[in-house]
Design a protein around this ligand. Structure first.
Ligand SMILES: Cc1cc2nc3c(=O)[nH]c(=O)nc-3n(C[C@H](O)[C@H](O)[C@H](O)COP(=O)(O)OP(=O)(O)OC[C@H]3O[C@@H](n4cnc5c(N)ncnc54)[C@H](O)[C@@H]3O)c2cc1C
Length: 435
């Protein structure tokens, strides 16, 4: 069967903040752009954060307009819930084979009314809320997800038929098949972002099995205005924690986990979360266990100073192991680097692991672009052309190229869009000259 082929000037892979910014910058120059996103919604990690350092802006409030701007731009077409199967160069063009996964809901018919979700009787743990609350087996990922199209979790669906019965547009389709198509473009920007270092990789930190030890992204959800509990509670027993500890470099600068680099954002996000916790739980003691604080960006050092002035405790010491404490608490065993040092322990009600960043996408088997020894996409001239990859006409932006905060991801996205625009203009000129 001949696959449908869609033509664009540029393809952006990944609809996080870097991909959205790159797409908007190209689309504003009148280039036709396709965004391919593997998730059911665009927005990446940023839409899932509570507030952002160093301004403490509400993350959802500043990400949603960017998502909407991309979704409503006449030059941007967004393909969500898609697997990119290959990305190859064919002469002057880049060809991406894309598989649209089945939502079991017809996208053109769904009006996002959520009637299916309200009627569904199945409750499933919701990863969008850090696993702390439940969602239905047919659902829209979250209230400001884009697009507002439901999808069915077939693993948990009991085929009771209630969603199909209540759908006012007959959009539910239990027999929907995945669809394959080709995207042809002259240039591509890879903005595939990061994921957190897996918890399971560190036996000394309990491999994710110790109750009341959570990840930094889970804490973002606890702090978010539309989070799972609408307040900060200890997940294992619902207690309001009186003492909270952060463990820095829990998934970075750690050769035993294969992550020898610094993830650059963990010091700042831990400080940010600690400040937000001080507001949410004014009587709680908050301690950050660190090796050294890296507050590298504009206004970041001041942010760190403000946190100290607020009474957040900074404990210089490397946490070696974590174990279960008494009454649902958590015990940290650490090597202090203060007051003569020595191995000691401390108990806390809740512990947050400041996990590092690893690449979300490994291009191997899909595309010939090279990665560095850290697994992130390699740039061939990191100093003078930091978005240039070793595949002609393919650029990289944001955390796909290495750990990065939002400001740097946006700046890099603008740079990648400019490189792509220059590439397109040169190519179009050359094609015209030949014709
Ligand atoms: C706990 C935590 C708190 C943070 N707080 C802050 C903060 O306060 N301030 C700040 O500046 N930074 C913060 N950051 C960093 C911030 O999250 C990143 O800088 C930002 O998300 C990077 O954006 P990105 O678009 O490059 O990547 P991402 O946000 O990871 O987006 C990448 C997108 O690409 C998609 N994708 C991946 N692979 C594929 C594929 N093969 N095909 C299609 N799509 C794909 C993903 O689904 C995702 O939507 C925080 C990070 C963490 C972990």
């Amino acid at each position: 069967m001949v696959q449908e082929s869609l033509s664009f000037d540029a393809l952006v892979v990944g609809g996080g903040i870097a991909g959205l910014q790159a797409a908007l910058d190209l689309a504003d120059q009148d280039f036709k752009v396709a965004i391919v996103e593997k998730d059911a919604t665009i927005g990446g990690k940023m839409i899932r954060l509570s507030k952002v350092f160093p301004t403490l802006d509400c993350s959802s409030c500043i990400t949603t307009p960017k998502m909407a701007a991309a979704a409503h731009h006449e030059n941007i077409t967004i393909f969500t819930y898609c697997d990119m199967q290959s990305l190859v160069r064919n002469g002057n063009s880049i060809s991406a084979a894309v598989r649209q996964k089945s939502r079991f809901v017809e996208a053109e018919k769904c009006i996002g009314c959520r009637q299916c979700e309200y009627q569904c009787p199945v409750y499933v743990t919701d990863p969008e809320q850090g696993g702390f609350s439940a969602r239905k087996a047919i659902y829209i990922p979250f209230s400001n997800a884009i697009p507002q199209i439901a999808l069915m979790d077939v693993e948990n669906c009991t085929l009771c038929g209630k969603c199909a019965k209540v759908c006012p547009t007959q959009a539910v389709n239990y027999f929907q098949e995945p669809e394959d198509f080709i995207i042809e473009a002259s240039t591509a920007i890879l903005a595939t972002g990061f994921e957190l270092t897996p918890l399971e990789n560190k036996q000394q930190y309990g491999e994710g099995k110790i109750p009341n030890v959570i990840t930094s992204l889970q804490m973002e959800r606890l702090l978010a205005p539309h989070g799972p509990y609408n307040r900060v509670l200890r997940p294992a027993d619902g207690m309001e924690p009186d003492s909270i500890a952060y463990i820095q470099c829990a998934g970075s600068r750690d050769k035993s986990m294969g992550v020898s680099y610094c993830s650059r954002v963990c010091c700042m996000y831990a400080i940010k979360q600690a400040m937000l916790l001080a507001g949410a739980l004014p009587l709680a003691d908050i301690a950050i266990y660190y090796m050294d604080i890296r507050a590298f960006g504009k206004g970041y050092e001041q942010f760190f100073q403000n946190a100290m002035a607020m009474g957040i405790e900074f404990v210089k010491g490397k946490v070696a192991t974590i174990s279960e404490g008494e009454d649902g608490g958590v015990r940290l065993h650490y090597e202090s680097q203060e007051d003569g040092g020595g191995v000691t322990s401390a108990d806390h009600d809740l512990v947050v692991l400041s996990l590092g960043m690893i690449p979300d996408w490994n291009p191997q088997g899909c595309c010939s672009v090279s990665c560095g020894s850290d697994g992130f996409i390699e740039t061939v001239k990191p100093k003078i052309s930091p978005t240039l990859t070793d595949m002609e006409g393919v650029f990289v932006a944001g955390a796909a190229a290495g750990p990065k905060d939002i400001v740097d991801s946006i700046v890099e996205a603008g740079a990648a869009a400019m490189e792509a625009s220059k590439y397109l203009t040169t190519l179009n000129r050359a094609v015209k000259a030949v014709a």
